[in-house]
Design a protein around this ligand. Structure first.
Ligand code: ACM
Length: 482
């Protein structure tokens, strides 16, 4: 029996046999179907598998070809599920949708990153536990541009995550150019924490990122955070302030001081414009309205503003996501409430779920990957505690909030806030290896997860990360290969 391959996240079932492996060679072709999604997947597969094997593979549509890695859509089955079958004469990835094929490709790539060119004979049957498996990236405190975000998307795809949540606005900067309000990016795009360089995504950058992510099975959920965390908007659009004076640029890292005002005539049109523009740029189903940490507003005004933002989103045909604070206001069924601060009373989340909301689990003490790994770690914060690798792994999303109906949990999302993170190396140091842990919580059934087993499998990814120049934190107590 060949040595087991270390896959993260762990698949539903993987059976390797002692039969001869399939060896990728210079004449191996990638076979895909004719639809645009399959053609794009074929291009991605040749790119990724060529890079990892060192052979230049070609994609063809003629299934009569010889030694081949075949991707085939088969009707039916669960969304995102796939099977991967390897025999001496070829590889077959089958799925009911292109996202499933993309996940099968990620598995293939992960195997080859460990073996070189050999795919052990066997069969994997795999499907996700949760429908929403996300990563939220704060590009407002420090800006991370298209090239950096593509690398983040690649890391997500490696671990079969499927939602890139972009935190596009905050007190310190506004990161997306919107046609209805070009002054937002123009006047508030350049600022960032500590006076560091800012930046913003053009509409074209954003659309290209959406397409880059889509081929990899990932949807983008854009967030414009209201009614707090809005200093950058108040700087660019003075009509949003009570006295009509533009707010000063803010480069500190305090929270909770800035806010929209429900009674100002400019407020509701602003919300409608912004969410209409975001909806027009975004093919995915969801827009995120923020809603967190509005520390100096009466609950009634907060509820009015959340309702305004939520209506603005729903009127575009999209569904609403908001941080956990929105659960203190009346919500339409189907709204996604993102749990983040475990210090708060959980009663409103349970009540919101009973009234039809869905809960997205991002507990700060487990899934906030900007938390320091341990005391004295040179990057990150620790308001939610220190988050060791095992903390990110050893938790159960459906029992975290007492009294929550298990079927109210739509999924799991990691988050990385960037007050202290300036560079791509900073970002990946915080993400890896903890993102792999959260991804397994989101993908793999709870009864198949085991910390010791994970610790061994995650260590086996180090060679791949190093080969790609990705900086990670060799977190304890895992024994990382040298
Ligand atoms: C948050 O961390 N303020 C959502």
């Amino acid at each position: 029996m060949p040595a087991p391959i270390a896959l993260v996240p762990l698949p539903r079932s993987a059976e390797w046999t002692a039969a001869a492996p399939f060896v990728v060679g210079a004449d191996t072709v990638v076979v895909v179907g004719p639809t645009p999604a399959e053609t794009a997947l074929g291009e991605l597969a040749t790119e990724l598998l060529s890079r990892v094997t060192g052979h230049r593979l070609r994609a063809v549509q003629d299934p009569g070809a010889g030694a081949a890695i075949r991707f085939r859509l088969v009707p039916g089955g669960r969304s995102e599920a796939y099977t991967l079958t390897v025999g001496a004469d070829g590889v077959l990835v089958e799925a009911g949708d292109p996202d499933g094929l993309a996940h099968g490709l990620s598995t293939l790539r992960q195997v080859l990153a460990q073996t070189g060119t050999e795919l052990p004979a066997g069969r994997i049957e795999d499907a996700p536990r949760f429908a929403w498996r996300g990563l939220s990236v704060d590009i407002a405190r420090h800006f991370f541009g298209p090239a950096e975000l593509r690398r983040v998307v690649e890391l997500m795809a490696d671990h079969k995550l499927n939602v890139l949540h972009l935190h596009l606005s905050d007190d310190q900067g506004w990161r997306i150019d919107l046609p209805s309000h070009p002054e937002l990016a123009e006047l508030s795009g350049a600022s960032a924490v500590d006076g560091d360089p800012g930046g913003f995504l053009t509409g074209g950058d954003y659309r290209e990122l959406v397409a880059f992510a889509a081929v990899r099975g990932i949807r983008v959920v854009p967030e414009v955070d209201v009614p707090g965390h809005v200093n950058a908007a108040l700087h660019a659009v003075p009509e949003l302030t009570p006295d009509g004076t533009a707010a000063d640029v803010y480069t500190g890292i305090e929270v909770g001081f800035s806010k929209l005002a429900a009674d100002l005539p400019a407020t509701e049109p602003f919300l409608r414009d912004v969410f209409r523009d975001l909806a027009a740029l975004t093919p995915g189903e969801y827009l995120h309205i923020g809603g967190d940490e509005v520390l100096t507003m009466e609950p009634a005004e907060y509820a009015r503003l959340i309702d305004m933002a939520a209506r603005a989103v729903r009127d575009t045909g999209k569904k609403v996501v908001g941080w956990q604070e929105i659960a203190t206001t009346p919500l339409e069924p189907g709204t996604v409430v993102q749990f983040w601060d475990p210090r708060e009373d959980v009663t409103p989340f349970v009540e919101a779920a009973r009234a039809g909301a869905q809960l997205l689990m991002s507990p700060g003490s487990k899934a906030y990957l900007d938390m320091q790994y341990h005391e004295g770690f040179p990057l990150g914060l620790h308001w939610a505690g220190y988050v060791a690798l095992r903390d990110s792994y050893d938790w159960e999303p459906t029992t975290l909030i007492e009294g929550l109906p298990a079927d109210a949990v739509i999924g799991v999302e990691a988050a990385v806030w960037t007050e202290t993170l300036r560079t791509m190396d900073d970002l990946t140091t915080m993400l890896l290896p903890r993102l792999a842990a959260v991804a397994e919580v989101a993908w793999t059934d709870g009864d198949r997860r085991d910390w010791d087993d994970f610790a061994g499998r995650v260590a086996a990814q180090a060679g791949d990360w190093r080969a790609r120049g990705i900086v990670f934190h060799p977190a304890e107590p895992v024994e990382w290969p040298r």
